[in-house]
Design a binder for this molecule. Structure first.
Ligand SMILES: [Zn+2]
Length: 176
């Protein structure tokens, strides 16, 4: 990307305040800039800055996929577990291999997590399920075992995010 000259092709998509992955406080400013890069299509520049602890991160990725309502990635190994997900408040996350669907609750907030964070949520939900319904123990234990395999990089899964507003996306781990 060209630096040096001021660019009129940059559009500010807004700022979201969410929980910081480092200190946990709700003081993480996540800003999104869209950069129109001609033939390369649109590029999204995502910057994260925490006002509490100073945590900083940024990533740049292609919006070639466009603002589609349904996006899918294949998680093949441990490295892929770090793939970040920006989940808007209207997003449903699906992992078909586990028969899992995380639907937005009534008080849902947008947040950034990663695949591992999603799996942790699923584990928590499964643990709760057993306390509510002892009859589900066997099924739950099988699923927890599957999750262990995924976390060890021994099982491939697909993760699908569906957002009627098309605002959710995967943030690749590579940096420019
Ligand atoms: Zn922080």
């Amino acid at each position: 990307m060209e630096t040096g000259k001021k660019n009129e092709n940059i559009k500010n998509l807004g700022v979201i305040i969410t929980n910081c992955p480092s200190c946990g406080y709700r003081s993480l400013n996540v800003s999104f800039l869209e950069y129109e890069a001609g033939l390369a299509g649109s590029i999204l520049i995502n910057t994260l800055i925490c006002e509490t602890c100073g945590y900083k991160d940024s990533s740049i990725f292609s919006l070639k996929e466009g603002k589609t309502k349904r996006k899918k990635i294949i998680v093949k190994g441990i490295e892929d577990l770090k793939t970040k997900v920006f989940r808007s408040e209207t997003t449903t996350i699906k992992i078909p291999e586990l028969g899992v669907e995380i639907t937005p609750g009534s008080k849902a907030n947008s947040y950034i997590t990663n695949i591992e964070g999603i799996l942790n949520r699923v584990e928590d939900a499964l643990q709760k399920l057993v306390t509510l319904d002892e009859g589900k123990r066997k099924e739950v234990e099988e699923k927890l075992n599957e999750i262990k395999k995924i976390k060890n990089g021994d099982k491939e899964i697909s993760v699908i995010i569906e957002d009627p507003e098309g605002k959710s996306f995967f943030i690749p781990t590579w940096k420019n």
